[in-house]
Design a protein around this ligand. Structure first.
Ligand code: ADP
Ligand code: MG
Length: 626
């Protein structure tokens, strides 16, 4: 099925030095980029013309599979065998796309509505993963041609809203194309990376990434803190983009050409549309006009020997409703992120359609900011992916990127238990947090001790540091809300922050967990945790049994008080005795003894509890005279 086309110029099978490439697998266009002499660079095709590979696959009559520009020319002439926009189908079932079926000019299989979508081409069926793999293979060939060596590792970008299925499908496509996908990166994150945003240590920035492509619009609001990108919200329209701009130009020209005063309106617009070759021509000319109008004021062209023209002002009038719709999405994204326009620090422009001056002007006006647009908007996502790839390759001097945390990170909680906040093997950078409270009335200070390791009791783990959150306003135990955040950035630096949410009191420390610990020591700690798993589990279950017993003791005492009148003297005495036995058991080290005492108490008091319940119900009924 999948042929692995490794393209080696010199015929050798050795890899001199591994390159990790960045790939933007787009709905309309795809690109591949890599670090060339310290600069992220997109790779052009053999003809040296464009860095874009149209995301289109054509299955030719002679069984040949054509990808990219050559396939694009078949869109109109052989739509059934020319697959575009396959990204829209990634990880989707037929049910998911049933409503959009008309959009696709090719056949989507609908035999089993719950299974994943398949596409029929001639007598064969293809999955979106296989088709995407064909595009990825084309990109792989392109970079291998450029470098003259095999390439097998990549970072691939996906929209921020992609779910796990869609991300997994993208990974699978990579694998099928012979690429080891080291990381899936969000497109807006890649775009921000390309502009070098988020590199300033200790700065928190909020960024809007406005991505208007060929057929889709995405707006993402990101927060970057200590090199960690967090998606605050996403919004957009999966059927809004540059294709709509082309379409309104086509409609405009068709009206112009078929107008009664037109010199030779010999064809109705319906006939024009049916004429595939003409349809193709007018669409291509419309796209050319649109692109030209991004830099000139008037476009003049020829269609079948007749003159057509379009001014920028007319064009802007035609597309204004689409632009307005994108701004509505921006509003919604801000609302979901609970931010207002003034809180956005930077705006990044992505996607070919952001070259349109009206788009740029409108977005800049909406956010009241100059937008970031100095990089090629078609390339910016791929450029960022290549930077991410380079970081993963360990080539960025100031960025030592540990891919995963080797040991769990957490804090000490009641009873000396380790509460893991970032588990071992978490991908980094990462961020995690949890809320705690105080255990004593009026508690003013809270000590936060940070540990590393896999054992259940902190005393067996490695202490990384501690700090005290001082001056918590006096409150009853359990009322303060103390939020503890662990932020592990790409350099492997751990930032621990404690914040009392009612008073906004805050304290933090920075630790380098891998500092002063060797690989061997880490291995030993792991080994240690495995060897001690048994005893660790025992100590943990003893602590947990004690907690359960303490809760039961409290409710037992309450029960005796509340139902004094329905219990006989001997029942009271026996319950007292069982409570006492349980209290004794909690003082010992034997968790089984505690469990036995819990059971005995429960067994004896269960019928009493039933009777108490009955009595309560009877009492309630008595009040209800019919
Ligand atoms: P996607 O992310 O969906 O793959 P792209 O970011 O590659 O899409 O954007 C493709 C769109 O950008 C097409 O509709 C194309 O016509 C449009 N486009 C490219 N260059 C220009 C330009 N100079 N002016 C206006 N639109 C442009
Ligand atoms: Mg894109």
């Amino acid at each position: 099925m999948a042929t692995f086309s490794i393209n080696l110029k010199d015929g050798s099978v050795e890899q001199p030095k591994p390159v990790i490439v960045g790939i933007d697998l787009g709905t309309t266009n795809s690109l591949v980029a890599y670090m060339k002499d310290g600069r992220s660079t997109c790779v052009k095709g053999k003809d040296g013309k464009s860095t874009l590979v149209p995301s289109i696959v054509h299955f030719a009559q002679n069984e040949e599979i054509i990808v990219g520009d050559a396939a694009k020319t078949k869109l109109e002439t052989d739509p059934a065998n020319t697959i575009y926009s396959v990204k829209r189908l990634m990880g989707k079932s037929f049910k998911d796309v049933r409503e959009q079926q008309d959009f696709f000019g090719y056949q989507i299989l609908d035999d089993d509505t719950d299974s994943l979508v398949k596409i029929r081409v001639k007598t064969r069926f293809y999955t979106p993963v296989e088709l995407s793999a064909l595009i990825l293979k084309e990109l792989k060939n392109r970079i291998e041609n450029e470098l003259g060596t095999a390439v097998s590792k990549a970072v691939i970008t996906v929209p921020a809203y992609f779910n796990d299925n869609q991300r997994q499908a993208t990974r699978d496509a990579g694998k099928l194309a012979g690429l080891d996908v080291l990381r899936i990166v969000n497109e807006p994150t890649a775009a921000a990376l390309a502009y070098g945003l988020g590199n300033e240590e200790g700065r928190t920035e909020t960024i809007a990434v406005y991505d208007l492509g060929g057929g889709t619009f995405d707006i993402s609001i990101l927060r970057i803190e200590n090199g960690i990108f967090e998606v605050l919200s996403t919004n957009g329209d999966t059927f809004l983009g540059g294709d709509d701009f082309d379409r309104v130009i086509v409609d405009f020209w068709l009206k112009q050409l078929s107008a009664p005063h037109s010199s030779d309106g010999f064809m109705s617009s319906d006939e024009w549309i049916k004429n595939k070759e003409f349809g193709q021509q007018i669409r291509l000319l419309a796209e050319a006009a649109k692109k030209a109008l991004s830099s000139v004021e008037v476009f003049e062209g020829e269609l079948n020997g007749r003159k057509v023209s379009l001014t920028r002002a007319t064009f802007e009038g035609l597309i204004e409703p689409f632009v307005r719709r994108t701004l509505d999405c921006c509003k919604n994204a801000l609302r979901d992120a609970k931010l207002d326009v003034g809180q956005i620090d930077k705006v990044v422009m992505v996607g070919g359609s952001t070259r349109v001056p009206l788009v740029k002007k409108s977005v800049s006006g909406f956010f009241q900011k100059t937008v970031f647009d100095s990089l090629d908007p078609d390339e910016v996502v791929a450029l960022g992916a290549a930077i991410q790839a380079d970081i993963l390759a360990g080539n960025q001097k100031d960025l030592l990127l540990l891919d995963v945390t080797p040991l769990s990170l957490g804090i000490e909680t009641v009873g000396g238990l380790m509460d893991v906040i970032i588990p071992r093997n978490s991908k980094i950078p990462t961020k995690a947090g949890r809320q705690y409270t105080t255990s004593v009335d009026g508690q003013k200070n809270l000590k936060i001790s940070v540990y590393q390791g896999e054992r259940d009791l902190v005393e067996h783990n490695r202490k990384l540091g501690e700090f005290i959150l001082k001056g918590i306003p006096p409150m009853p135990a359990g009322l303060p809300k103390i939020d503890i955040q662990f932020i592990l950035n790409a350099d492997g630096i751990l930032f621990v922050r404690a914040r009392e949410l009612r008073s906004n009191l805050e304290q933090h420390i920075e630790i380098r967990p891998t500092y002063g610990i060797s690989e061997e020591e880490m291995a030993l700690m792991l080994l240690d945790s495995i060897q001690n798993a048994q005893t660790d589990m025992q100590s943990r279950s003893l602590l947990e049994a004690r907690n359960e017993a303490n809760n039961l003791l409290l409710s037992g005492d309450k029960f005796l008080q509340q139902h004094n009148e329905i219990l006989s003297e001997s029942e009271k005495a026996t319950t007292q005795a069982l409570l006492k036995a349980l209290r004794e058991a909690t003082k010992g080290e034997d968790k089984d003894a505690i469990h036995r005492a819990i059971e005995e108490l429960n067994e004896y008091t269960a019928p009493l509890a039933h009777r108490a319940l009955d009595a309560t119900i009877r009492q309630a009924m008595r009040g209800k005279k019919v």
